[in-house]
Design a protein around this ligand. Structure first.
Ligand SMILES: C[S@@+](CC[C@H](N)C(=O)[O-])C[C@H]1O[C@@H](n2cnc3c(N)ncnc32)[C@H](O)[C@@H]1O
Length: 219
């Protein structure tokens, strides 16, 4: 019998959040993304529609990345997370779920687009997690200048840039004084200047580019 994948993005995820309300919102975010990607492929030009026509569609992190973030936040007992950028709120959802399961905390999440903030607010409210997220609007080099206390984990995921200085590196340098010893920083886009910096032995980071197997955290 032919196997039919309903959603290629969500296929194979473990659904570790174990909360139907959150799962439903993530399902919608990823289904919207899948539909937008399918539409773009079907369009005569092969080009995606303009970003402001995309509604709730956001370029979200992959579910496996979200699950990894959830496990990391649980494992280190995270209370404060920086999320650049918000998009439709998928990263914030995975991290806020971990903070909630840790007992308390705040995800400080920034994007420069009002429509992204509205979409994220909607999604986080639906997921029951809005109280764990501080949504900030504007240039991250302004919005992330003030952080309320030591940061346990940061996820840096703007648009990838080849030029230097990349926004990812600028944001890292901005929030560096607020990162507690042992804080985790994940970068999705592998900007070349960012990689050079975090691999430099004088930068104060220990860094590995990840690619490995099954991870569990004692709940
Ligand atoms: C790959 S998406 C982030 C996905 C997000 N981590 C998630 O999982 O939902 C990239 C985001 O970067 C934001 N962005 C790009 N350039 C930016 C800038 N200069 N300032 C602030 N946000 C920016 C975009 O609005 C977009 O939402």
């Amino acid at each position: 019998m032919a196997r039919r994948l309903i959603n290629h993005i969500l296929a194979g995820t473990s659904h570790i959040l174990r909360d139907p309300r959150i799962e439903l919102v993530l399902e919608r975010i990823y289904s919207d993304a899948q539909r937008a990607a399918d539409d773009a492929r079907a369009a005569p030009s092969g080009l995606p529609r303009a970003a402001d026509e995309l509604g709730d569609f956001g370029y979200s992190l992959r579910p496996g990345q979200g699950e990894f973030l959830y496990l990391m936040c649980r494992s280190i007992g995270a209370r404060r997370v920086v999320d650049f950028s918000t998009s439709a709120g998928a990263t914030a959802i995975y991290c806020a779920a971990a903070l909630r399961d840790n007992g308390a905390g705040t995800v400080i999440s920034s994007d420069h687009r009002k429509d992204r903030r509205s979409a994220a607010r909607h999604n986080l409210t639906e997921a029951g997690l809005i109280d764990y997220v501080d949504l900030r609007l504007g240039n991250p080099l302004d919005t992330l200048r003030s952080l309320p206390g030591p940061v346990d984990l940061a996820y840096l995921d703007g648009w990838p840039e080849l030029g230097a200085p990349s926004l990812a590196l600028s944001v890292l340098e901005l929030i560096r004084p607020g990162l507690r010893p042992g804080a985790l920083v994940l970068n999705d886009s592998h900007e070349p200047d960012y990689l050079d910096h975090v691999r430099d032995p004088t930068s104060g980071f220990r860094t590995s580019v990840l690619d490995f197997g099954v991870l569990s955290v004692v709940a």
